[in-house]
Write a protein that binds this ligand. Structure first.
Ligand SMILES: C[S@@+](CC[C@H](N)C(=O)[O-])C[C@H]1O[C@@H](n2cnc3c(N)ncnc32)[C@H](O)[C@@H]1O
Length: 297
């Protein structure tokens, strides 16, 4: 409906947010604009969720403790919005709302809050809570996707926005601001590539400096086909780890639960878990369950 309603994004307001009975609108769109509706129904779900930037950042903080310099390779990056992490404002906080660690650009229009119960400032390498995170700059970064999302195309932008759940006006507004940020940063369409194939190794070579962190934020869904693919993906990671020091940041659905894991592939066949826990798929919280680092509050 967002696609067929059109309009400029800055002014746009979801009819599902403001209208208590959306059915007249749904019927109208399906009857009067059936071609557009049919086209929209054929599109695949491919979100780019800014909240996951907090999970990516936390993973990078953990990897940085084990490395002299990191580069980031984001598999399944969609449009690559989460790659612009320094331009966001990320705030990790306790369940009572008090600040633990802050990161990014103080006056950024893209604000991300992540609750981290049971975690101390020590996990972030800070002596006291409420400090500013000093994460070493990335030596290189690249995102790729099986089907990259081109934010230069206004229809693709509308599709991105349309995938935010109705009623979630704050998330939608944040996404629109992130798209503006992406445009003004001069970022371009991420390259095409499949994380389960040799593409992963070829694309890693495009970022020659530093240890490599392969991140995948909600790349796969559950089911046997994706498990087979996950096996192929892990094999590619193991191959990469034989060439180069490799870390992995994973946010995926496992047994009906979203899991957050940071792994060190120093031993390419048996990666070591540096941190693992449950998380919200939109990065609103991480419940750390095990870590090799100082994390307890
Ligand atoms: C749910 S979206 C998440 C996008 C982004 N990582 C984020 O966190 O917002 C999953 C993305 O993974 C991509 N994808 C799925 N399987 C892939 C594969 N084998 N190789 C590369 N990209 C893949 C999809 O095209 C889609 O853009």
């Amino acid at each position: 409906m967002l696609i067929s309603e059109g309009g400029t994004l800055g002014e746009w307001k979801s009819p599902l947010d403001s209208n208590p009975d959306p059915w007249p609108l749904v019927r109208r769109v399906f009857h009067e604009q059936s071609r557009e509706a049919e086209r929209a129904c054929r599109k695949s779900i491919q979100t780019n969720e800014m909240g996951r930037t907090a999970l990516l950042l936390l993973g990078l903080v953990v990897c940085a403790r084990h490395s002299e310099g990191l580069s980031l390779l984001d598999a399944g990056t969609a449009a690559g919005l989460t790659l612009l992490l320094e331009q966001c404002r990320v705030r990790f906080h306790k369940p009572d709302g008090s600040a633990l660690a802050d990161y990014g650009t103080a006056d950024s229009p893209v604000c991300i809050n992540c609750r981290v119960p049971g975690v101390s400032a020590g996990l972030f390498g800070l002596r006291r809570p409420s400090g500013f995170l000093d994460v070493p700059p990335l030596l290189g970064r690249l995102g790729f996707d099986r089907r990259p999302v081109d934010l230069a195309d206004p229809q693709e932008v509308l599709w991105q926005v349309a995938q935010v759940w109705p009623g979630d006006a704050r998330r939608r507004a944040r996404l629109i601001r992130a798209v503006d940020q992406w445009r003004s940063s001069g970022a371009s369409l991420p390259p095409r590539g499949d994380a389960t194939t040799k593409d992963l190794l070829d694309l890693a070579q495009k970022i020659p400096r530093g240890d490599i962190v392969v991140s995948h934020l909600c790349l796969s869904t559950s089911g046997s086909a994706s498990l087979r693919k996950e096996h192929a993906f892990k094999n590619r990671l193991s191959e990469l780890a034989q060439e180069r020091r490799t870390f992995e940041i994973s946010v995926e659905l496992v047994d009906k639960q979203f899991r957050f894991e940071v792994l060190d592939w120093a031993a390419p066949k048996t990666p070591r878990i540096l941190l693992s826990g449950r998380c919200h798929p939109h990065g609103t919280y991480v419940q750390v369950e095990s870590t090799t680092m100082d994390a307890a509050s």
